[in-house]
Design a protein around this ligand. Sequence first.
Ligand SMILES: [Fe+2]
Length: 389
Amino acid sequence: MPYYRVVGEVPRKRHVQFRRPDGGLYAEELMGEEGFSSDSSLLYHRHLPTAIVKAEAVTPAAATRLEPNVPLSPRHFRTQELSSAGDLVSGRMLLAGNADVRLSYATSDRPSELYRNSMGDECVYVQRGRVRFESTYGVIEAGEGDYVVIPTGTIHRWVPDGPVNVLAIEASGHIRPPKRYLSQYGQFLEHAPYCERDLRAPAEPFTVEGEEVPVLVRTRGGLTRLVYRNHPFDVVGWDGYLYPYAFNIDDFEPIVKKTHAPPPVHQTFEGPGFVVCSFCPRPLDYHPEAIPIPYNHHNVDSDEFMFYVGGDYSARKGSGIDVGSISLHPAGFTHGPQPGAVEAVIDAVGRGVTTTSEMAVMVDTFRPLDLGRDALSCEDPGYAWTWAR
Ligand SMILES: [Fe+2]
């Protein structure tokens, strides 16, 4: 995270005695990135964060195998047809992934168990519903359109308030705002499409009493369930630059050009080997002869995974794409608007249409995406041929 935050009680100096009301010492814990060389936070626990009483290997509840996109083709997955068993962690249906990132869809109305991803940061996009994110840092109330960014190693759980649908982006490293949006010291610059005021982080400590509390831990070796002697939600205060936060897609301020702007103007986050972009309602390109939808393009170095979350996608009329759809346009394939879409949008502008209501979350990966069984189970098999009709 780009800026300092303090929540709850912390001692005046770091690494000094900090005592509980009963005279005992709070246990200080550093959560830090890149081996003491990047952002970190100091957390103060009532109990030792090291005290575990049991460890057991866990067999994943969902399928985790991926297959190459062969024969290479553009794909359309209909998440509207998926329903998961489990919660927003155990019920994740792996749609696509590579060594850098895994993309899963989940839908659930039940609380998850405590979970820690030690492989990398997660960015969970809430497509529908309301959900309470509880963590050692505190609580974030999340809802439709929120990206919740969770630093590696954060112990947390998801508590839905009714049915919730999410897209989970699991990175192999850290997910951050794009560097070009930030000053050399980390402040959002004026040209950035969002800034610090748009980010929501825990505002107060969140503590829960409990003993022998299981936490599901994801590591390179697979899944392990560690049982903690005391509930890990025992932090009375923390400070630093590293913490979970939420950002709502409606707070993204789209950048519009006179003629069509490419997706980097929609970039929201970057991670190792991928970027996340938000396509939001905005005025159409305003050159008198503009074609205000994408030109055919071939991103030779990336696969484009696009989740359509709302509005009307003019460029995709005739493709079968609807809200809840995901398209995958891989490197090796040139994609663009469906036949007739360019003429239709020029006509619409002629009739006085000046805005687009499209809303989508895009993940562009720099290595090819392999496909999960759940994605193939909801694939629209005719999609690849829709440009040739
Ligand atoms: Fe594209």
